[in-house]
Design a protein around this ligand. Structure first.
Ligand code: B12
Ligand code: SF4
Length: 517
């Protein structure tokens, strides 16, 4: 049977990073089937084209996965596939929480023939076999013979053949700069960001988060050797294709068990399996100096930190009181001293937020080493404790916000500000962190660092700008480059003066704590 796995586009970014679930399920598909993958972010498709594709390719089963924000598009695509006479199975966090919606049991239209609840590593082979026999069931739940929930152990973990998988769609280098970069030096023909998981689960249970409910509070890890082997495979691929590969460790809290993370990082170093990587780690776990040393030595370049708020009352309210705003600066300095930078994520529209929260937060950020701040709004995702709390209090203004998804729009009213005020705070956060002046300041504040770091932060800021300010087409990119020409000229001038590893003489450098935001 020919199977298509499809992930809808997110409408914001293009081919940023492939989705791990597709490669994982492809590797777990029983022998004898052909699995095709389409990621809408890299290969945009509409309803007509997916229907044509499944007919022309004689597809026997379509698997669709989506987060809540993409679910409306996922349903439309599923409807088109089913209208073409092909069965659809859906999986992922949204349909796990709202299976009745996908199956049309809540009074709405039906979109899926079957739903895979939760982690599908063990149910996927059964789904494929049932679909082939024509005995597809409506619900597949990860349970043992006694009906008890069973989470995959991750040991053994399937081998994803990264050396053979076609990744042509996922080259982050825009077409126009590839010939230029090839001339700059060997090894820059491609640049890919690849998702790797080393473990699953997080016990912290923050009120707005899906993870503790979905993956459970039992944390499971892959064996170190299995992760190291995957990194070595990726490294070999980058070498073979004359390109660069960076890894996104998608674990929700990469250092949730510090002892185990240290042992993994030591094994990565010992096997010379370092690639540049990004990981998500909560601030409380970055108190450990040895851990941060190992992160830097093992190739860690960017750490995503869910700071959420600089107000302890807000943090306590969403059950994230383990975040201590008083230690944010220390943690970020500790990382920056090792040339590791942070993606600092904030949520506005929390119940203790009042107008001016963006400026208060930016004031703090300006005292930190430059990183990549991002700003979002408090969003009640289905089945989270936050959703239940707001629903019970009658505070949801758009209880099914995913049916008509609007980026950066609230679905409930915060307690101490209006919805419009919350939207405006987010706009202020982004505009002040990603204006050409802010980007220039951030790059200038690193003038004591080698040029490579400054280019890194400049490119990263340009890309992150696109999360809020639409930057999908070539024209939007050219406009952004034009607006940032002063910084670009400065970097080029420095490049001519000394090459990639030179820093501007310290006499003209600004202190590291001057953030660009
Ligand atoms: C990586 C990641 C991202 C990447 C996504 C890009 C990418 N290419 O992966 C980035 C960083 C861009 C991102 C952004 C966001 N993310 Co995110 N992200 C994740 C993260 C950390 C890992 C995803 C992953 O690969 N997991 C590992 C795989 C194996 O798990 P999985 O995808 O769930 O797949 C398993 C099952 O769900 C199932 N399955 C999944 N799909 C399908 C399909 C079929 C057919 C079948 C049978 C089974 C199946 O089988 C798989 C194997 O068991 C998850 C948290 C998590 N641990 O999953 C959050 C998560 C998915 N993100 C989340 C959110 C909210 C966001 C944002 C909206 C955050 C924000 N406020 O901006 C943005 C939106 C992005 C956008 N514009 O699209 C939520 C989603 C909740 C929800 N109900 O939708 C999660 C769960 C985290 C959370 N805190 O709650 N994210
Ligand atoms: S620490 Fe992160 S992954 Fe864990 S529950 Fe909180 S927000 Fe979710």
């Amino acid at each position: 049977m020919k199977i298509l796995l499809y992930n809808p586009d997110n409408g914001v970014t293009r081919n940023f990073m492939p989705h791990l679930w597709m490669f994982l399920l492809q590797s777990l598909t029983p022998r004898g089937h052909e699995v095709l993958l389409i990621d809408g972010n890299a290969q945009p498709m509409d309803e007509k084209s997916i229907a044509r594709f499944v007919r022309e390719q004689n597809i026997g089963l379509v698997g669709i996965g989506a987060m809540t924000r993409m679910i409306a598009k996922a349903y439309r695509m599923a409807d088109a596939v089913r209208a073409a006479g092909v069965k659809v199975v859906m999986g992922g966090p949204h349909v796990t929480e709202l299976a009745d919606e996908a199956l049309g049991r809540d009074g709405g239209p039906r979109h899926a023939d079957a739903v895979a609840l939760g982690e599908a590593d063990e149910t996927w082979p059964r789904i494929v076999e049932d679909a082939e026999r024509g005995t597809l069931k409506e619900i597949y739940a990860p349970v043992d013979d006694f009906g008890q929930e069973r989470k995959p152990s991750l040991q053994p973990y399937p081998e994803i053949p990264w050396d053979k998988i076609k990744l042509d769609q996922f080259n982050l280098l825009p077409g126009m700069v590839r010939p230029l970069l090839k001339r700059v030096g060997a090894g820059w023909g491609t640049f890919r960001l690849v998702p790797v998981e080393s473990g699953r689960g997080c016990p912290y249970g923050c009120e707005f988060c899906t993870v503790t409910g979905f993956f459970g509070d039992s944390i499971r890890f892959r064996a170190n050797e299995s992760v190291v082997k995957e990194l070595l495979l990726l490294k070999a691929r980058a070498r073979a294709e004359g390109g660069q590969i960076a890894v996104f460790f998608i674990d929700d809290n990469f250092a949730i068990n510090v002892k185990r993370t240290k042992s993994l990082l030591r094994d990565i170093i010992a096997a010379n399996a370092q690639v540049h990587w990004v990981a998500q780690i909560s601030a409380n776990l970055l108190r450990d100096e040895e851990l941060v040393d190992l992160i830097a030595a093992a190739g860690g370049k960017w750490i995503f930190i869910g700071m959420e708020s600089i107000d302890p009352a807000n943090l306590a309210d969403v059950k994230k009181g383990f975040n201590k705003p008083g230690e944010y600066a220390v943690v970020l300095d500790r990382l920056a001293r090792r040339n590791v930078f942070a993606i600092t994520s904030f949520i506005f529209g929390m119940d203790n937020d009042t107008p001016g929260v963006a400026e208060r937060t930016l004031k703090e950020i300006r005292t930190w080493p430059p990183g990549l701040p991002i700003f979002g709004l408090m969003t009640p995702l289905p089945a989270t404790p936050l959703y239940k709390k707001l629903e019970a209090a009658g505070r949801l203004t758009r209880p099914k916000h995913w049916q008509e998804f609007i980026p950066f729009a609230m679905a409930h009213t915060p307690l101490k500000m209006s919805i419009e005020e919350a939207h405006s705070e987010v706009r202020i956060g982004w505009a002040n962190s990603y204006s050409p002046e802010a980007i220039e300041k951030a790059v200038d504040s690193l003038s004591h660092k080698p040029l490579g770091y400054r280019i890194n932060i400049f490119i990263a800021r340009l890309c992150f700008r696109g999360i809020y300010f639409p930057q999908m087409g070539r024209f939007a990119w050219l406009k952004s480059i034009l607006e940032n020409r002063r910084t670009i000229f400065k970097l080029i001038r420095q490049g001519f003066r000394g090459g990639l590893h030179t820093a501007v003489p310290s006499a003209v450098s600004t202190p590291v704590v001057k953030s660009g935001s």
